[in-house]
Design a protein around this ligand. Structure first.
Ligand SMILES: Cc1cc2nc3c(=O)[nH]c(=O)nc-3n(C[C@H](O)[C@H](O)[C@H](O)COP(=O)(O)OP(=O)(O)OC[C@H]3O[C@@H](n4cnc5c(N)ncnc54)[C@H](O)[C@@H]3O)c2cc1C
Length: 407
């Protein structure tokens, strides 16, 4: 597109100053890098600041993986990152099987029934980052300041000032907080995320299983918490096991054989015996959503604006959609020569994304409550419900459309 307006940027600052950027993106995680890649053709000068560099991709699968849905894959394709992702390593999954450990309720989704090749890809978070960085590296208008930590952000002036721990000060017309659940930018904007802890931790680990995973994403719901086995292209699975804090700590304290035995039992031996092939790690879980994503010259995307339970694997997908939407809104304003960083422009992004993000947060919290409960009435309800939905084609299709990111 290459449309760039020559604004008077502010007293004492010109567009040619090396520390002036049109956009500073705080956070080079999945959402921050998606935004930068989606803005690559605007000719805006962009800086990405992250306190860490993306972890190297090695022969071993990384512990953090995400189930990326069709909509997000299309957005990656649009920014030119999908080929690099596939080259690095992706694991397509074609079916999804969900069941309730307290009864006989189950639901099964098959991509073939929907006329699709896959339901999505399991991709390591660092693979996504490296593929997006490869796109960004080809763009001379984007600088990656990583590793660099944001020490202070002055949000008062029209032109924002971003002070880095390394001593540099950047000025920017638009600062985007893509800096995760404990967002520094959000705090500088004076916005409190009422993040409600689930008092649960997610244990993640890579495992080898006795039986083939059949390119199926498996999820077992029990009152202790959901347990997912996500299929990897080398035949192993990446697990996400959400448990109440004390139980998670007990499980992590077990020796390897006892850990594997507990995991096999919790997974009802669906894939036979299980062998841990990586270390384990634990992540605290919570959910929250802010009212206002934007202020003049400031916007929040991804986990900085909303966090949800990973049980349906949607957090990163929502963040990717936020990033693409903000890039669209800014690009549209640039093309029609409107003020691309003004509040009325940024509000368009907020209006387009808030409903979908809110719906997902509320649905995941309701799901978590319905399935994380020993009440026999609720157990009966969810078992009957799962089986009914499994047989009711229109409801099932509506559910799968939501999971694929198509509604
Ligand atoms: C166990 C688990 C499993 C999950 N599985 C899935 C899944 O299958 N599918 C899915 O869609 N989602 C999943 N999610 C959710 C997903 O991981 C998150 O929603 C997503 O990673 C958020 O991306 P983000 O870029 O918004 O934030 P983050 O990934 O948190 O990135 C924020 C970045 O900002 C940087 N940063 C923070 N503060 C500063 C600062 N002051 N200065 C400089 N840099 C800073 C950090 O270093 C980081 O790189 C899962 C989450 C968990 C916990």
């Amino acid at each position: 597109m290459g449309v760039h307006l020559n604004w008077v940027v502010g007293p004492g600052v010109s567009e040619t100053d090396t520390n002036y950027y049109d956009v500073v993106i705080a956070g080079g995680g999945i959402t921050g890098l998606t935004l930068a890649a989606a803005l690559r053709r605007t000719a805006l000068r962009i800086a990405i600041v992250d306190q860490n560099q993306a972890a190297a991709v090695t022969d071993e699968y990384a512990l953090r993986v995400s189930a990326i849905n069709h909509h997000a894959l299309q957005l990656f394709e649009a920014v030119g990152a999908i080929e690099a992702m596939v080259r690095l390593r992706v694991s397509p999954f074609r079916e999804m099987h969900v069941w309730d450990s307290t009864g006989v309720g189950q639901i099964h989704f098959d991509s073939a029934e929907l006329g699709l090749d896959t339901l999505g890809y399991i991709i390591e978070n660092n693979v996504i980052q490296h593929a997006l960085l490869a796109v960004i590296d080809q763009t001379d208008t984007i600088d990656c300041l990583c590793p660099e930590t944001i020490a202070a952000l002055d949000v008062q002036q029209r032109l924002k000032r971003v002070d880095l721990v390394g001593g540099k000060s950047l000025t920017a017309r638009l600062v985007v907080g893509a800096d995760g659940a404990n967002s520094f930018v959000r705090q500088a904007m004076g916005i409190e995320l009422l993040r409600q802890p689930y008092q649960q931790q997610a244990i993640v680990c890579t495992v080898a299983t006795e039986y083939d995973h059949q390119q199926t994403a498996w999820q077992c719901f029990s009152p202790a918490g959901p347990l997912a086995f996500l299929p990897l292209a080398n035949g192993q699975c990446s697990i996400v096991w959400s448990l109440d804090q004390p139980e998670a700590e007990n499980i992590l304290a077990l020796d390897q054989a006892a850990f594997e035995a507990r995991l096999e039992q919790a997974f009802e031996y669906r894939l036979g015996s299980v062998k841990a092939v990586s270390p384990t790690a634990m992540f605290p879980l919570g959910h929250g959503h802010i009212e206002n994503y934007v202020q003049p010259g400031l916007a929040l995307i991804g986990d900085a604006a909303h966090t949800i339970h990973p049980l349906a694997g949607q957090g990163a997908n929502l963040g990717i959609s936020d990033a693409a939407c903000l890039a669209d809104v800014v690009s549209e304003a640039l093309q029609s020569r409107r003020q691309w960083s003004a509040l009325h422009t940024l509000r368009k992004y907020e209006r387009r994304r808030k409903g979908a993000n809110r719906l997902m947060e509320v649905s995941m919290t309701a799901f978590k409550q319905l399935f994380g409960n020993n009440n026999p009435f609720l157990a009966e309800l969810r078992n009957t419900g799962l089986n009914l939905v499994d047989r009711a084609t229109p409801v099932k299709q509506a559910l799968i459309k939501q999971a694929l990111g198509k509604i």
